[in-house]
Design a protein around this ligand. Structure first.
Ligand code: NAD
Length: 498
């Protein structure tokens, strides 16, 4: 049995709280590891280590900081297979998908290699007679990230790479469901030359999260997870005077216009709806065909595709998707399918009876497909986070714009069409943060930024890209005058740039 403690001050330390949680192997339902759940005292020790190490790291020039990230990229490439295997075993996603999880994190580390350029300030010569102004970006100090189970490589990297590149020390509180990969990433950062204390991993649950929220020496918190926890973390962190950004849940719609290429659309829809068993914040969970003819054509092609999805253990390279993360998640998603039936939606593909031969205790659910879902149903309003796709039939383009715009989540949305004008108008009007045009999962590349709107995001800056540099630094502006400006003596009126 693997035992995960914490990673503090450059080394593994055993948990001391006496509390642990089980880490499952979803492919067969076995308990793979025990993870320690930190007490406030253990969190305090991690913050003390980070606080002591941070000033020297901030004083290390940014090119040298970037070199550590560059070396880290080499090590992640070296250990890619091992990391993907570990990820797939703890999360349940397939090996190729686990590699994608790592890769989308790696791309943010690559972007942060440009930190010397990204942190450059501004300069104005001669803002007044003999007066020059310049601004600089300085790190915040000790910052923290609280991350979800569903991307245990990508999201920790989205958080720690920008923070550390900017000269901060980072406390990572990963999900207690799959802490193995975050722990390995911290080891690799140290192997890459990161000083001890700059990246500490504290495993835990609400107790450690609350300790982060209330700690005076933590200046900023980045959170990714479900919306109710995001809102809680945002309000308590802000009330404590911290800079906070929180990214929450989603209900991503895919609009299918009458002129869309139906084969391409169905391919995109099954991949984005059922990949990773629907456990992606950018998964498509609502398909919106426009017009009855479009809907009928869609269902005719979609139903057999959903019926023939290949579900398998994470180690099966030919599987389309694997098990859900825990038994609890499986029961929750199954409960939503039962609810959809009760609410009157038409369950046209029912995956509830699926059993994986040879892995009967794994957390598997077959693909489920609902037709005739309406906006008043809970299965439409709430995030299901499983391999369940709802089809909501729209009468026209206006209704198709309105549905995602009026939904309380606003993470991603996609439109499939051959009409540039419809696509352009949709992208401009829809009230959602990230839009795909014939792209089902529009996760922006690392030099843009990622962020949903409405209940999918709390705070004013997005994660990764240039916004991350703004989030993890503060701006200092210097107004300077040398030395003739002081010859005339004191000035008692409000200084003006005369
Ligand atoms: P979660 O909210 O259960 O957990 C996220 C983190 O919060 C974990 O580290 C967990 O330990 C901690 N946490 C859980 N309950 C807490 C509590 N009561 N008090 C304090 N901390 C608590 O989310 P999850 O199930 O791990 O992840 C799935 C969710 O994350 C989905 O809603 C998904 O849409 C969302 N997500 C969003 C994005 C995005 O960028 N918007 C990306 C990935 C996942």
């Amino acid at each position: 049995m693997i035992e995960y403690g914490h990673f503090i001050d450059g080394k593994h330390v055993k948990g001391a709280s006496g509390r642990t949680a089980d880490v499952f192997q979803p492919l067969d339902g076995s308990v793979r590891a025990k993870v320690a759940l930190a007490s406030k005292a253990e969190l305090d020790a991690a913050v003390a280590s980070a606080k002591a190490a941070q000033p020297a790291w901030a004083a290390t020039n940014p090119q040298r900081r970037a070199r550590v990230l560059s070396k880290f990229l080499e090590l992640v490439a070296r250990d890619n297979d091992e990391l993907a295997e570990l990820l797939a075993r703890e999360h349940g996603k397939t090996l190729p998908d686990a590699k994608g999880d790592i890769q989308r994190g790696v791309e943010v580390v690559e972007f942060m290699l440009g930190v010397p350029h990204l942190m450059k300030g501004e300069y104005t010569e001669g803002a007044g007679p003999g007066i020059d102004l310049y601004s600089m970006r300085q790190p915040l100090g000790v910052v923290a990230g609280i991350t979800p189970f569903n991307f245990p490589a990508m999201i920790p990297m989205w958080k720690f790479a920008p923070a550390i590149a900017c000269g901060n020390a980072f406390i990572l509180k990963p999900s207690e469901r799959d802490p193995g990969v975050p722990m390995r990433l911290a080891e690799l950062m140290i192997e890459a030359g990161l000083p001890a204390g700059i990246l500490n991993v504290v495993n835990g649950d609400k107790e450690s999260v609350d300790a982060i929220l209330d700690h005076d020496d933590i200046s900023a918190i980045g959170f990714v997870g479900s919306s109710s926890i995001a809102q809680y973390i945002y309000s308590r962190g802000c009330a404590n005077g911290k800079r906070v950004q929180c990214f929450g849940g989603a209900k991503n719609h895919m609009i299918i216009m009458p002129d869309a290429d139906m084969d391409q659309t169905v391919d995109a829809l099954v991949g984005a709806g059922y990949g990773a068993a629907g456990e992606r914040c950018m998964a498509v969970s609502v398909a919106v065909p426009v017009g009855k003819a479009t809907a009928d054509k869609l269902m005719e092609k979609l139903i057999p595709r959903v019926e023939s999805l290949k579900i398998g253990p994470s180690t099966d390279p030919s599987a389309d998707f694997g098990p859900l993360v825990t038994k609890q998640a499986l029961e929750r998603v199954r409960g939503y399918v039962d609810l959809g039936v009760e609410e009157g939606a038409k369950l046209v593909v029912d995956g509830r009876g699926f059993k994986m031969q040879g892995y009967e205790d794994g957390f598997y659910l077959g693909g489920c497909l609902f037709d005739d879902v309406t906006p008043n149903m809970r299965i439409y309003k709430e995030e299901i986070f499983g391999p369940v796709l709802s089809v909501v039939r729209a009468h026209d383009f206006e209704e198709a714009v309105r549905l995602p715009s009026e939904h309380e989540y606003g993470n991603g949305v996609a439109i499939f069409t051959r009409d540039g004008d419809a696509a352009r108008e949709f992208a401009s009007r829809v009230n959602v943060g990230m839009v795909g045009i014939n792209v089902p999962i529009p996760v922006p590349v690392s030099y843009y930024t990622f962020g949903g709107w409405k209940k999918s995001g709390f705070g004013d800056l997005n994660q990764y890209g240039p916004d991350a540099v703004r989030f993890y630094t503060k701006t200092k502006t210097v107004t300077s005058r040398w030395p003739s400006g002081v010859k005339e003596g004191a000035e008692f009126s409000m200084p003006l740039m005369k």
